[in-house]
Design a protein around this ligand. Sequence first.
Ligand code: GSH
Length: 264
Amino acid sequence: MAPILYHVPRMISSPIYQAMIYLNADITVQTLTFADLKTPEHLARNPMGTSPTLVDIEYDISIWESGAILSYLLEEYDPTFRLSPPQPSAVGMTTTNRKHDRAIFLHIQQYILATVYPFMASLYIHTLKSNEEQDIEYIKLSISKWRTLFAPTLIHFLGDKEYFLGNDRLTAVDFLVAKPLSNAKSMGLLNEFPPLLALFQRISSMPSFAIAYGESSTSTSTPSSTTSASSSPKHLHQLSPPPTKKLRHQLRNETSSSSTLTKA
Ligand SMILES: N[C@@H](CCC(=O)N[C@@H](CS)C(=O)NCC(=O)O)C(=O)O
């Protein structure tokens, strides 16, 4: 039985789901609502009551930290390193560049998941409160930190490249950063940083983004629906509603262009 990724659209499970769609990974995605996260059923899987959670009954696995889930899924479903640089210890992988790329990848992954995303998510959630409940000083300070520290640091990592690891070198950290960048965009804080805006546009224009973030008419935004990260025909019938012909075509292009990237 395929592992199940418990997912809430637009949350930090979304970039993981997007990466799995890109890899055409054979996993099942169970879409939950926020309320579902606090049910006894979900709390039994994940005592924190959060998204994402990954369950693989066959191996007695129930894990619920996004960094661990992403790393685990990449190890399982990206054996040819399409979305992450190989571990330097992998057979035949000993060059200095490979060590450098792997270290940079891990560093950016951790920076996004442990530092940028929690900061951005709490600011964003705070701005959804009523005016009376908002702490204006907290908002001002956070916006200033975004402008002077977080955004410039991400731009420093990106340099003048298309993606963090290089031009034509999309990796999972580019998917990850789209989550905090989408919050920044919603708050009107992204357009002033053109390199980040351009990266966000590259990721959010992919058909897999609409599915993973629940923005497509073909998405799994229906509460508690089950779908698959794989777009292969054997799974299409599981999608509810099924992808349109156009989206199926776009997804096929995305996964086949990802194969091309692998070979580059
Ligand atoms: N450190 C966890 C945090 C997960 C987390 O807080 N997820 C949010 C969605 S982005 C959530 O489930 N919030 C619901 C809640 O905290 O009640 C991770 O990175 O997976």
